[in-house]
Ligand binder design. Sequence first.
Ligand code: ZN
Length: 148
Amino acid sequence: MDLGALYQEIILEHNRSPRNHGELPDATGHAHGKNPMCGDEVSVWVRTAGDRVERVTFTGHGCAISRASASMMTQALTGKTRDEALALFQHFHDMVTGAGPADEAALGKLKVFGGVSRFPARVKCASLAWHAFRDALAGGDHDGDPAS
Ligand code: ZN
């Protein structure tokens, strides 16, 4: 089986039909991020209840990787505790930057983005929504480039 083609198909499918797409009126946090290298923009809304991430949504435009990454991220984070969500952020970040061995069990389907670590220009496409999520999780409204 050609794993590369399968992964590409998953990414293209999420780009065509993004999950949890739209604003979240009762969000507890929101952040906006830009990737000037590629022209990607993403807004992420988070609603937490106590320690749990109840809902994550996004809007944005840009390349297929940035949109698919945001879409799959919203699915992966929904229902997680704050600590689990931040741990997943770290696993994803380590995988796409090549900073450490990917924890495949923790990442699940998100490992389709593992290939971007070989393309430095694409790392920000894949991680943009995650940085925005981390800022949104902190609460309030963050406009501008999420810190890396
Ligand atoms: Zn991009």
